[in-house]
Design a protein around this ligand. Structure first.
Ligand code: DGL
Length: 260
């Protein structure tokens, strides 16, 4: 059983990280479209072309399900497009509903952080309109966090300075929850916490996505071992240096996993 997971880059590793824990025995193909990252600053038309190539690659590799581990890519394609493939295709959207359901009852606001494409997209606006009954939700575009993540500059002073500057017009003490609406933002939970304070809560779509994947799959072979993953960078098998970078990303994800 092979499951394809893809993202523009290393953000979707946060989905792979969780999937390996929740689906022992599964084998994964992870595709980072490093040739075209960041998607968040491209046009939806360009992104659709990239996605078409990646789907072709996944089908050729016999993936039995495909996860779009990227909020930006998901926002650029329709549900009909996703269901036109011969295997289940699971997308991701910012976990705004989860944030409202879990933490929307108090007086603290909810900040949805994502890429420009996701923030400007119709899908997110419809979602917020549907679930934000008490007008508690604000939005922010943070494109440069993707670039910092891709350079491995997690929790770096540069990323923190960028984030502080981007948040200058926001009353950070007024927020209780940050929705990580881009998979790349998981690497920066500690940085967000330094700025918003230790009490800040996070929601992301990772767990929900893997649960949905689990529901759609036939029974997996019993195993206690986390599943293995083949890593590709825009269709080319990752070399030693890239594997080393991926291992660093996974270690960072391990270190922030418990922060919720
Ligand atoms: N990781 C992607 C997301 O979840 C987008 C990053 C990018 O801009 O390429 O939206």
């Amino acid at each position: 059983m092979k499951i394809g997971i893809f993202d523009s880059g290393i953000g979707g590793l946060s989905v792979l990280h969780r999937a390996r824990k929740m689906l022992p025995g599964a084998q994964f193909i992870y595709y980072a479209d490093e040739k075209h990252v960041p998607y968040g600053e491209r046009t939806p038309e360009e992104i659709r072309v990239f996605i078409g190539e990646i789907f072709g690659f996944m089908i050729e590799k016999n993936a039995e399900a495909i996860v779009i581990a990227c909020n930006t890519a998901t926002s650029a394609v329709t549900r009909e497009y996703r269901s036109s493939f011969p295997v289940p295709v699971i997308g991701m959207e910012p976990a705004v509903k989860k944030a409202v359901d879990l933490y929307g009852g108090g007086d603290k606001r909810i900040l949805v952080a994502a890429t420009p494409i996701t923030i400007k997209g119709e899908k997110l606006h419809e979602l917020v309109e549907r679930v934000d009954k008490h007008n508690m939700v604000d939005l922010i575009e943070l494109p440069s966090l993707v670039r910092f993540a891709e350079r491995g500059m997690f929790d770096s002073p540069e990323a923190e300075a960028y984030l502080r500057d981007a948040l200058r017009g926001y009353d950070t003490a007024g927020y209780g929850t940050v929705v990580l609406g881009c998979t790349h933002f998981n690497y920066f939970k500690r940085t967000f916490r330094r700025i918003f304070g230790g009490g800040i809560r996070f929601t992301d779509g990772n767990e929900g996505t893997v649960k949905q994947l689990k529901r759609l799959l036939p029974r997996l072979p019993a195993s206690d071992e986390p599943g293995g993953a083949e890593i590709y960078f825009s269709g080319v098998r990752a070399g030693a240096e890239q594997e080393e970078f991926i291992a660093r990303c996974m270690a960072q994800l391990d270190s922030v996993f418990e922060i919720e």
